[in-house]
Ligand binder design. Structure first.
Ligand code: BG6
Length: 526
């Protein structure tokens, strides 16, 4: 108390803190903002209810939400797919999946039982299936009290999206004002198809009720990019062209196409990862501070970045973008087949499993600062990271010999695995005389918080149930992403740029190294 009176600034400061806390509680929007508001009553209808995504991600996420008591009391799941199944058989199949894929184990059977009682199944094998679906939803409304609120989840292959939306419309299953829809990626396969899909969705749903998934946005470490940048005062002053030499964003996977060959062969790395995950990570790194952490403000700022990305024209593709496909090799000590020898892949496939590119954000903050993006399958390890490399000190006061072990300062955001952030700087080696070596200051999520982070799907499903679109991509963002990617796909289709080869288990083709080496830089090895 004495200090507070003696130091008016401090006293004022504390008062302000208290006032802003009071505002946060008094303003329901802010208080609810990502702080655990329980969603209202709702029936979640999963199209593709027997598919891989349901088994591996959606149902485990729902179970874990139930386990954390984050689902509303009035809640039901209606799975739908073509197969004729009873509710009982469906629940049993989901239980088996849960045992395999749940983030938390062992399964709490009491939680599962009370969750499973709310799980239904309706076959939509033929058009009458949609009448059955309507009846079942009406019954759920009566019995569970879901009040006509619906969240439709399109967890089907993209070719099924339009027919489902049309059927929802024809059978009057959705209410424009209140029903919501979650759409899995890829959202279209180019700009024209993405626009057509949005138009179709808008014939049934308001844009505010359309939740386009980019599951990277639900990852804790991706959400933390915004926190790191805007909850702290020390990074923003140097987060620009004046201090940043370049940015590298890597999404590396050691896996091949697994059982998704047929899908992957159609999309390739450009549409699978660059068009969505990589461009979203870049937008979060490059964007200006939003006025608040809320759907419109955040998405407006990301859109500005995407619009400022310098388009890579079809003519520039050969110079700025590298595509590669893996040959046989060794990954994590195991011999693996080439891309063309994977299941469901054409032996003459031209689909890329690797992309590296150089992008520029033409705005005041980033003019002239390269953003190097790369992604690939069958790389040496699974690692997603963002490295901000800073310019070197303007004048070196130490001798060249003393500074031999000194690299540029670098802030590395490890998205996964080994989630954390490290800052590299030079330190004096503790011997007589001056010798400098780069060292890392490391923040490790697991050690700092000692909790298991929620899976991205838990976060995203909960947000969709709450109607919070902050972590979903808006129509204009998705379209702008396609505008950037389409000319590259066009150039490749026209064979205007070569398809390079790389041995599985290496960091991509030599052409990718040449792309960055041409600027006097090199890729990091995560
Ligand atoms: C998906 C891609 O969006 O992301 C997959 O379709 C990829 O090909 C996956 O494997 C990677 O996700 P995560 O969360 O494992 O990095």
């Amino acid at each position: 108390m004495a200090t507070a009176v003696a130091n008016p600034l401090r006293a004022g400061q504390r008062l302000q803190d208290r006032v802003s806390m009071a505002t946060a509680v008094a303003n329901p929007l802010r208080a609810g903002q990502r702080l655990g508001r329980t969603p209202g009553p709702c029936a979640l209808v999963i199209f593709g209810g027997t598919g891989d995504l349901s088994s591996r991600k959606i149902i485990p996420a729902l179970y874990n939400l139930a386990h954390q008591r984050l689902l509303p009391a009035a809640f039901a799941v209606v799975g739908t797919a073509r197969a004729p199944l009873t509710d009982e058989a469906y629940r049993e199949a989901l239980h088996a999946d849960l045992l395999e894929y749940s983030r938390t184990k062992p399964i709490d059977e009491d939680v599962w039982q009370s969750f499973a009682e709310r799980v239904h199944y309706v076959s939509t094998h033929d058009p009458t299936g949609y009448d059955d679906l309507r009846e079942r939803l009406a019954r759920v409304d009566r019995e569970v009290g879901t009040g006509g609120n619906r969240l439709f989840y399109l967890a089907t292959p993209p070719s099924a999206h339009v027919p489902i939306v049309d059927a929802l419309k024809a059978h009057e299953l959705a209410d424009r004002e209140t029903s919501r829809v979650v759409v899995e990626k890829p959202f279209g396969h180019d700009l024209a198809s993405a626009m057509a899909l949005s138009q179709r969705l808008h014939s049934v749903f308001n844009e505010d009720n359309v939740f386009r998934i980019d599951h990277y946005l639900g990852k804790e470490t991706v959400q933390n990019i915004v926190v790191l940048r805007f909850a702290n005062g020390i990074f923003e002053p140097i987060w620009n062209r004046q201090y940043v030499d370049h940015v590298q964003i890597t999404v590396a996977e050691s896996l091949g196409t697994e059982e998704r060959g047929a899908y992957y062969e159609q999309v390739g790395a450009l549409r699978d990862i660059v068009q969505n995950h990589l461009l979203q990570l870049m937008a979060l790194i490059a964007m200006e501070p939003p006025i608040e952490f809320e759907a419109k403000a955040v998405r407006d700022e990301k859109l500005k970045v995407l619009r400022a990305v310098r388009p890579i024209s079809t003519d520039d593709v050969a110079a700025q973008v590298v595509r590669g496909q893996y040959a046989a090799g060794f990954v994590e000590g195991r011999r693996v087949a080439s891309y063309r020898d994977e299941e469901a892949i054409s032996p003459t496939s031209r689909t890329e499993s690797f992309v590296a590119l150089k992008a520029y954000v033409d705005n005041w903050r980033w003019e002239g600062t390269p953003f190097y993006l790369r992604t690939g399958k069958r790389l040496p390890k699974r690692a997603t990271e963002i490295a901000i490399q800073f310019r070197v000190a303007p004048h070196q006061v130490f001798s060249r010999a003393a500074a031999e072990g000194l690299g540029p300062n670098e802030l590395v955001i490890r998205i996964q695995p080994d989630e954390g952030i490290s800052l590299r700087f030079g330190a004096k080696v503790p011997i007589q005389g001056i010798r400098i070596r780069s060292v890392n200051m490391d923040f490790v999520y697991g050690a700092a918080f000692m909790v298991d982070a929620p899976d991205a799907y838990e976060t995203l499903i909960l947000d969709a149930l709450r109607g919070d679109g902050t972590l979903f991509t808006r129509q204009d963002e998705v379209e702008q992403q396609w505008r950037l990617v389409d000319p590259i796909a066009d150039a490749w289709r026209a064979e205007a740029a070569p398809l390079a080869s790389y041995a599985a288990g290496t960091w991509g083709p030599a052409e990718a190294d040449a792309l960055i080496a041409g600027d006097g830089r090199r890729w990091r090895e995560p």
